[in-house]
Design a protein around this ligand. Sequence first.
Ligand code: ADP
Length: 382
Amino acid sequence: MSREQSQKGPDGITRVERELDRIFSNLGHGMYVVDNDRRVLLWNRSAESILGWTEKEALGKGCREFIGHQDDEGNQLCDTDCPLIATMGESHTIFAGTVWAQSKGEELIPVNVSCAPILDDDGNVVGAVEVFADMTREKEVDRLKSDMVSVVAHELRTPLTSMRGYLELVLTGDAGEITGEQKNFLEIVDSNVQRLKELVDDFLDVDKLESGRMQMHWEELDVKRLIEEAVETFKPQVQEKSLKLITQIEEAPAVTGDRQLFQQVVSNLISNAIKYTNEGEVGVRSGWDGERVFIEVWDTGVGIPEDEIGKLGEKFYRASTAAKTPSHGSGLGLSITYEIIRKHDGELRIESTEGKGSKFGVYLPQARERTIIRNQGEAPHE
Ligand code: ADP
């Protein structure tokens, strides 16, 4: 710092301090600084315009008293999952994603939050800074997108089902004889109608899962049997692509789940492994690792670039490597898979190396733990 910069003005403030203050005040993102007790020490102008609390109202207050971050389900994060406490405890930056903040107008505002610790000269944590962006517009666009998808999917479902029905009548000869060439053409129409129907079904699944209208039929599932059945149905596709199928399906304790949704997860992972593998192997391994029931599906396919793995749960996201296969897809299957696994209190882990292959692992708690919860009167996560 030059002498000029460090020289104090008549108000006792240096030029650097004044410049920092100006930057802090005019930053486009909301920003505030807290001490170790999460009391607000600094509050910038954008924080005021996003949440409505003035600097005067915010300074000196505990942030949990007036901002009180919440998650999507309305759970308070201040005592259990506060990103400021996490950043101060772990001494590194925390990207908390989008949470909700209480505004002065008693509205909940969606904000994307990141927090970083503030250290003194000796490296001790003396507070933290939170930077947040207003996500109201993005949330609204998301909602409009979901609404539109839902309306379109519902409108398309009935005509598509009817088209398939009439096509079947013609193809089976019930509506009169057809020539070989007509049959070929109609089969192409039928397979495209089928593709459209699958897409519409995916849209409807996303809609139901997101809106919480998906009916879950909980029962104890025999994972080994379900995986064996799923693998069996994919054998023709594996053979058609001349891939090698490797399976290691071992006994596992039952899990509490919805049979149809569970089958959907396994089918999606196996069909993707086949779809995104041009040569080599596809493998399915399942069993009990001592803590959780696991199902791993791996392949020697095109893989996924490292920086894209995190985006696979997003709706409509297809990795750039998908183009290296002759595959079609909507990028909805994995977001549905993520959501179903979440509803089963499980976890999906993805490991992949571009050009070498991928492994998708599903890890689920065994039924006993969930059944006890249910017997205590609490329904499984829905
Ligand atoms: P899609 O309908 O495109 O197959 P998914 O939602 O099932 O959609 O998958 C999303 C994207 O994830 C795919 O488009 C593909 O890029 C990538 N992906 C999924 N599984 C694999 C895999 N086994 N190997 C490589 N990429 C995969």
